[in-house]
Design a protein around this ligand. Structure first.
Ligand code: NAD
Ligand code: MG
Length: 393
């Protein structure tokens, strides 16, 4: 029996996680769930999965949450604030933590789970992008098992050989990791119309239903850039080990190419319950509620290379990855500000790239290693990006 904390339970990944958990009451029980603003939804979930703790991210929400708990007849204990998120991620009773908070807000509770040696189901890619070396080192020290939930990384994980050596792909006969991406909603849109892209257009992903931030990141392909960095850390790969491949149908979720000419791909319908179920049940497999691929009905699969003129954010991220931790932390921070500003209608679609690029250009290269330095670079980059956004309004 695994005892699970679901961080970011009210989000897209959080809801899919609870869906899979509730299919297997003999295998999984919920310890704690967390949410940011949607208190009603969180209380409904608490009742549904009999969570022992319900955690809200802001301490000022306590009174409201207690009232709502009474209204929904929820017995769970209510906790609030960032420390509470870390506590329910590292509590001794907990075996497994689903890290599904979006953005940098997920870093500290996810790190707490890693340091406490939990089985960590990692959806929150931003945490790894911000703190890569520190995160992996913490897992090595505590013995935490990091299981990738991002569909691409979950696919790569499934395609790796049993004798895989972290950081030495050649020793396992691996030539390349092929990281696939659909190209988002603007793969064929005329480049000179990108300025007029609306929030609704950017939030309409052709294949996946996800939270708004990652959906915009998919439209700019910053998502693939963050995933590129994520893959480097998860598998100990270098920039030259990974090739991004456009695959508009999102049926193949990524591939590993071997030196004997074999390519192993993981396929499935685009439904996050598949990687979530694999993360929960690994090394076994469980029913996830996902429809099976029907090859007789499947459209043809196509592939292409991404063009950096169309997807400049992908290039920014790959360059930042080559440059090091300070650059990836800063890029992630700038992008969170830029995407939030785009979603709030303050800046245009092309301005996202502008804010990201100018934030990076506005900061001196440096080495970061401690958590304190990482948080400081994150803070400084947000300040610069905020200033750039104000200049664009
Ligand atoms: P979402 O916006 O649907 O949900 C985000 C969750 O985080 C919510 O529960 C929200 O309450 C919580 N949250 C937001 N801000 C917070 C804060 N400041 N403090 C504490 N909690 C906060 O996002 P999502 O699509 O579920 O994505 C979650 C993470 O998983 C992201 O890092 C994303 O990149 C990653 N991911 C998502 C998908 C997907 O299909 N949705 C796929 C791969 C990876
Ligand atoms: Mg992904």
């Amino acid at each position: 029996m695994q005892t699970i904390t679901v961080l970011g339970a009210t989000g897209s990944i959080g809801c899919s996680t609870i869906d899979v958990i509730l299919r297997h009451p003999d295998k999984y029980r919920v310890f704690a769930i967390s949410g940011n603003k949607q208190i009603d939804k969180l209380m409904k979930q608490a009742k549904q999965c009999a969570a022992r703790y319900v955690v809200l991210s802001d301490v000022h929400q306590y009174d409201d949450a207690v009232k709502k708990a009474a209204e929904y007849q929820v017995d769970s204990e209510i906790l609030c604030g960032p420390k509470a998120l870390e506590e329910v991620s590292s509590a001794p009773e907990v075996t497994t933590v689903m890290a599904a908070i979006v953005g940098a807000a997920g870093l500290l509770p996810t790190l707490a789970a890693v340091r406490a040696g939990k089985r960590v189901l990692l959806a929150n890619k931003e945490a790894l992008v911000m703190s890569g070396a520190l995160f992996i080192e913490a897992a090595n020290q505590s013995g935490a098992k990091i299981l990738p939930i991002d569909s691409e990384h979950n696919a790569i994980f499934q395609c790796l050989p049993d004798n895989f050596v972290y950081g030495n792909l050649a020793a396992s006969g691996i030539k390349q990791i092929l990281l696939t991406g659909s190209g988002g909603p603007f793969r064929t849109r005329e480049l000179d119309t990108f300025n007029s892209i609306t929030v609704d257009e950017a939030c309409a992903h052709p294949n996946w239903s996800m939270g708004r931030k990652i959906t915009v990141d998919s439209a700019t392909m910053m998502n693939k850039g963050l995933e590129f960095i994520e893959a480097c850390w998860l598998f100990g790969a270098s920039v030259d080990d990974i090739t991004v491949v456009l695959h508009p149908q999102s049926v193949i979720h990524s591939m590993v190419q071997y030196n004997d000419g074999s390519v192993i791909a993981q396929m499935g319908n685009p439904d996050m319950r598949t990687p979530i179920a694999y993360g929960l049940s690994w090394p076994e497999r469980i029913e996830a509620g996902v429809a099976q691929l029907d090859f007789a009905k499947m459209q043809s699969l196509s592939f292409d290379s991404p063009c950096y003129q169309r997807y400049p954010n992908l290039k920014l991220a790959i360059d930042a990855c080559a440059s090091g931790q300070a650059a990836t932390t800063r890029l992630n921070a700038a992008n969170e500000i830029a995407v939030a500003s785009f979603l709030a209608g303050k800046i245009g679609f092309n301005d996202i790239t502008r804010v990201n690029e100018e934030t990076l250009n506005g900061m001196e290269p440096m080495q970061v290693s401690s958590l304190q330095q990482i948080l400081e670079e994150d803070r400084k980059a947000r300040e610069i990006a905020d200033g750039l956004v104000r200049g664009l309004i």
